[in-house]
Write a new protein. Structure first.
Ligand code: RP5
Length: 162
């Protein structure tokens, strides 16, 4: 029986898939199942609301929203839920993601969105895992291992300075 997805990953367009792939890949490496859907704040607002309002009943605990241009997806998601929402601003427009970054990060007080870096899909996954790890000791241990393996990669790095 596959694990129930704990993280809902939304993207504004199928054209966002390549930039978001590391998100579900990183979650899978940490042993977290995710549900990946395309839903747009502007083009399919009713679908966004439906996916988000039904999320807790389906066992989902954290929502990640990746979008480019005037990226309202994460804010629109956050409007419908008290689950933690993480935004990934995507560099898909001529403004290279600065537009999406500001649209995502500048939420007015009362409806927070945690925003990672432009194209920061992997960090969104790790942050979601850290939230889930608050009530999952085994996951917390896997996150510590991830940090250790990252540190080893840095300290074992050989620089050819000749
Ligand atoms: C945003 O604008 C999406 O997140 C995507 O980055 C872009 C639209 O992409 P297309 O569907 O026009 O390729 O809504």
């Amino acid at each position: 029986v596959p694990d129930t997805p704990k993280v809902l990953i939304l993207m504004g367009s199928v054209s966002d898939v390549d930039l978001m792939r590391t998100c579900w890949q990183q979650l899978a490496e940490l042993g977290i199942a995710s549900e990946v859907r395309v839903a747009s704040a502007h083009r399919t607002p009713d679908l966004v609301r439906e996916l988000v309002t039904s999320a807790p009943g389906r066992g989902l605990r954290v929502i990640i929203a990746g979008a480019g241009w005037a990226a309202h997806l994460a804010g629109a998601v956050a409007a419908h839920t008290t689950l933690p929402v993480i935004a990934v601003p995507l560099a898909t427009s001529s403004l290279q993601g600065i537009d999406a970054l500001l649209s995502s990060v500048q939420m007015p007080a009362g409806v927070p969105v945690a925003t990672v870096s432009i194209n920061g899909a992997r960090n969104a996954a790790i942050l979601a895992a850290q939230i889930l790890a608050l009530s999952d000791e085994a996951l917390s241990a896997r996150l510590s291992q991830l940090r250790e393996s990252q540190a080893e990669k840095v300290s074992n790095l050989k620089v050819d300075s000749t």
